[in-house]
Ligand binder design. Structure first.
Ligand code: HEM
Length: 120
């Protein structure tokens, strides 16, 4: 049977021409900008296939990998920068906590210095 996703006859899809036109413009753009890779190992070895007019469609997760290496690098740099900022914030927080604990300990030491019968 021929592939006819919009079916035909009297009830043919009203958006057929529109949908086909949109696809003619968008699909080449996707190919131009991205490599598309199966996301699961399973699909890399056994290619998924779709039975035409099947009752259910398989879920095929994919990754879009940009062909724009500058953008990829910029994104990588941004992620690295965010990671560094996060680590720096965690380090600062630990440092502050450590200082606060040290100060508390100093205060406790001061209390020990007070003579027991000060009022005498
Ligand atoms: C890839 C995109 C699309 C696919 C695969 C698709 C597929 C279909 C299919 C299979 C039918 C049933 C036809 C029949 O019963 O013989 C249908 C009906 C219909 N579609 Fe689409 N369609 C798509 C996009 C659109 C868009 C974008 C619009 C509107 C802008 C649209 C509007 C309609 C309407 C109004 C009907 C009912 C026609 C009727 O019952 O007389 N479709 N479509």
């Amino acid at each position: 049977m021929a592939f006819n996703p919009f079916l035909g006859g009297k009830r043919v899809c009203l958006g057929k021409t529109f949908a086909e036109t949109v696809l003619k413009f968008t699909l080449p753009l996707f190919w131009h900008h991205f490599d598309i890779e199966f996301a699961t190992e399973e699909h890399k070895t056994v290619r998924p296939h779709l039975e035409i007019l099947a009752m259910s469609t398989p879920v095929v997760p994919v990754h879009f990998i940009t062909k724009n290496k500058d953008a990829e690098k910029a994104m990588f740099d941004k992620q690295e920068e965010a990671k560094r900022a996060e680590e720096e914030a965690a380090r600062k927080k630990m440092e502050e906590e450590r200082k606060a604990m040290e100060e508390d300990e100093d205060d406790e030491d001061d209390e020990d210095d007070v003579p027991e019968h000060e009022e005498l």
